[in-house]
Design a protein around this ligand. Structure first.
Ligand SMILES: O=C(O)C(=O)C[C@@H](O)CO
Length: 312
């Protein structure tokens, strides 16, 4: 089915949280739950949505399931917001093919980590450059490089700036390594206008420092886009004091998600608020300990997170 194009203009800015992949209690895809999750995330103020990322449990999906989730979400979003599709793969050809498919399905952007496999398979810088050359040449939508510790591949500022200079579609950078703010600042300085989107990530744990460094987007977890909006809206409107107060208000929840829960946090919140029926993660991922779950929901309730009310 052709997808209605979104109307957002580049450069994309704002809150683009990662959508979880929704499963039922047996671990099967729950596509109805997936659609409700997306509706909640849009109602909660997401400027855009990223799918099939690590926080979407991309590593427990078959290729066929990836395609099903991608088409389901893009058709259901129907242009309401831009959608970023994660297409990471070790192989240049597979990543390029996945990215072409995402573009054809209506993705606004693809997000990709540098090639890695397991703890030790890496390629030298020449291979990384060639990988992004193949990818950039294969599509006509922007690429976000996900600079995250999970890939175990240090990407220097010089390398990132070079990739943006040499390859037309390398335009967005989600920096979620230690020292993210300094790296964002250096990248903006080194890359200039080619750095269309210097973005924050990692559940917004460093959001205020990253905004101060020039971040224009935040890729957070999917559980409380409404809370992240309370931080970035005043920041972008020039009211840093209000943004700082909101960051301080939401930080205990951000910290709890980042340090105690990880990708399951948003599912727990969505299930508690009737957005989705099951907070199941796919085995061998494990459910949250009941005490950790209670701690998360206590913090979310204290902040009146929309997820806890949306489905009731
Ligand atoms: O899901 C990923 O790949 C992430 O990096 C998640 C992160 O952006 C959520 O804060």
């Amino acid at each position: 089915m052709p997808v209605t194009p979104h109307k957002a203009q580049r450069p994309y800015r704002g809150v683009f949280p990662v959508a979880p992949t929704i499963f039922d209690e047996r671990g099967e895809l729950d596509l109805e739950g997936q659609r409700r999750c997306i509706d909640f995330m849009i109602d909660a103020g997401s400027h855009g949505i990223c799918i099939l990322a690590n926080f979407s449990e991309q590593f427990v999906l078959t290729d066929a399931e990836r395609e099903t989730v991608m088409h389901t979400v893009l058709e259901h979003v129907a242009g309401r917001v831009p959608v970023i599709v994660t297409t990471t793969h070790f192989s240049s050809a597979v990543c390029a093919a996945r990215s072409k498919q995402a573009e054809a399905a209506g993705a606004a952007m693809v997000m990709v980590m540098p090639p890695y496999h397991g703890a030790t398979f890496r390629v030298p810088e020449k291979g990384i450059v060639e990988f992004f050359k193949v990818l950039s040449g294969a599509i006509n939508i922007p690429i976000m490089i996900q600079d995250a510790p999970v890939a175990g591949t240090p990407l220097s500022v010089e390398l990132l700036a070079r990739l943006s200079r040499e390859f037309a579609n390398i335009r967005y950078f989600k920096i979620e390594v230690p020292g993210a703010a300094s790296k964002l600042r250096s990248l903006i300085e080194a890359g200039g206008k080619d750095i269309e989107g210097p973005w924050d990530g990692e559940e917004a744990i460093t959001l205020l420092a990253d905004l101060d460094a020039g971040a224009t987007g935040a890729m957070t977890g999917g559980g409380y886009p409404d809370g992240i909006r309370q931080i970035i809206d005043p920041y972008f409107a020039g009211d840093r004091e209000k943004a700082k107060a909101a960051y301080e208000r939401w930080l205990p929840l951000i910290n709890y998600e980042n340090r105690q829960c990880g990708l399951i946090a948003c599912k727990v919140m969505m299930q508690a608020g009737g957005v989705i029926k099951s907070e199941a993660v796919r085995h061998p991922l494990q459910p949250l300990h009941p005490a950790t779950r209670a701690g998360l929901l206590e913090l979310a309730k204290e902040r009146d997170a929309l997820a806890l009310r949306w489905g009731k």
